[in-house]
Write a protein that binds this ligand. Structure first.
Ligand code: CTP
Length: 403
């Protein structure tokens, strides 16, 4: 899956011959799963039609401050357009457009949108080789880089003038891979490896029966997805669940019992920077597992149970520099019990669920948690979706590394 998937891309097209390649560029953005809107300079419409780009982007294309075709002249809100975007890509960026961007010369909708944008801006220059090297152009590059914009370098080859050299707009495929690599390299958890446990465990009674629980695994899977979307390499160790995940940065290890989960966790723990124990691990398992299916006979039946290994507590015992996060589900004296768990399991952060809070815990799409860190700083959070709670947990990890 591309990092561009689900992202809102604003493409700014200025008037150079390379504008004809933006039809292909828009298709590649759509193929990567992005949403695309296009803003054009008036001059660019001589090279590629708005109809082509609106058909491919599945959105109206804007090129003037108001809609001349409409009787009442509808104003095109450049601020809204700029704030909509996650990324603004100006391709092709002509010498003229680059100079206007660098100097705030706001005489068309593209420049007005650029000046309103708060998102990361990339520009792919396209011009003749001598224009590309001219001090005036280099001055624009310099200023734009100082503004925090990123240049997608031009490529060498045959130019529209017939000359050959540097100045061709980067090929659409190369623009896409440049963006993907650049976005990934700037993600806050890039280079970090995270172990996450999720779901229930099944403790066998006999070959066909087990002791389990109703955990869906959603919390752990959501944390895994958000961690991966922030650039982390994820080892997701999950008990039996119907959930699945496909992400190049997530390795899913499916396990059944607490013992399997323990082994899977410890085969990776040394290599990770962060561990999050979101699994609902069985605290007890049958002491003896019957080899054959148990037949019904007596009117009552007793299964002797013994404790499973506490995976999180063992991770706490063995941790070196790992940032360790656990969960606690409590029904009384919540804060005190959670603090004790932080100490007992040597945690850096605990995510406390109190069953006294409406909408928290099992069987809800929402969760209300309280964060308590190892210094016992308490931070109650609002009731929110489990996905938003997962995002909060990832934010805590990012803050830890930012501090
Ligand atoms: N946990 C674990 N291994 C276990 C039991 C729990 O890794 N065998 C982890 C859970 O993933 C969770 C945390 O420990 O992050 C808290 O689990 P919880 O069941 O609330 O606490 P316990 O320590 O089991 O204590 P109690 O049930 O007595 O509250």
């Amino acid at each position: 899956m591309s990092v561009l998937s689900g992202k809102k891309i604003l493409l700014g097209v200025s008037g150079g011959i390379a504008a004809y390649k933006t039809a292909h560029l828009v298709r590649l953005f759509i193929k990567a799963g992005a949403q695309v809107q296009v803003v054009m300079t008036p001059a660019s419409k001589d090279f590629v039609t708005p109809l082509t780009l609106s058909t491919l982007s599945k959105n109206p294309v804007y090129s003037s401050f108001f809609d001349e075709d409409q009787e009442n002249g509808v104003w095109n809100n450049h601020v809204e357009l700029a704030l909509w975007a996650d990324y603004f890509i100006i391709a092709p960026a002509t010498a003229n457009t680059l100079s206007k961007m660098a100097n705030g010369n706001c005489d068309n909708l593209l420049i007005a949108t650029y000046l309103s944008a708060k998102c990361p801006v990339y520009f792919a220059p396209a011009m003749d080789l001598d224009m590309y090297k001219h001090p005036s152009t280099l001055d624009s590059f310099h200023k734009l880089k100082q503004f925090g914009n990123t240049i997608i370098p031009a490529e060498s080859g045959e130019l529209a003038s017939g000359l050959s050299g540097e100045g061709r707009m980067a090929e659409p495929e190369n623009i896409i891979s440049f963006l993907e690599n650049d976005i990934i390299s700037k993600l806050p958890l890039v280079g970090k490896k995270i172990l996450i446990t999720a779901g229930p465990t099944y403790e066998a009674i006999d070959p066909v029966r087990f002791i389990g629980n109703h955990s869906s695994g959603k919390m752990g899977f959501d944390i895994a997805k958000i961690a991966a979307n922030n650039g982390a390499e994820v080892i997701l160790v999950s008990g039996p669940t119907h959930l699945d995940v496909k992400h190049p940065l997530i390795s899913l290890i499916r396990v059944k019992s607490a013992e399997d989960m323990y082994k899977a966790c410890f085969s990776h723990f040394e290599t990770v920077d962060i561990a999050v124990a979101a699994a609902a691990v069985a605290d007890y398992k049958p002491k003896n597992v019957a080899q054959q299916k148990i037949k019904k006979a007596a009117s009552t039946f007793v299964i002797e149970l013994e404790k499973t290994k506490d995976i999180l507590a063992s991770l706490g015992q063995h941790k070196k520099n790992q940032f360790l996060i656990g969960f606690a589900l409590e029904t009384e004296n919540e804060i005190e019990h959670a603090k004790l768990k932080i100490q007992k399991k040597n945690l850096d952060l605990i995510v406390l669920n109190s069953l006294n809070d409406k909408g928290a815990g099992f069987g809800h799409a929402t969760n209300k948690v309280t964060f308590i860190n190892k210094d016992f700083a308490i931070e109650p959070m609002e009731l929110k979706s489990k996905e938003a709670v997962a995002q909060d947990i990832i934010n805590k990890i990012i803050q830890h590394y930012d501090a």
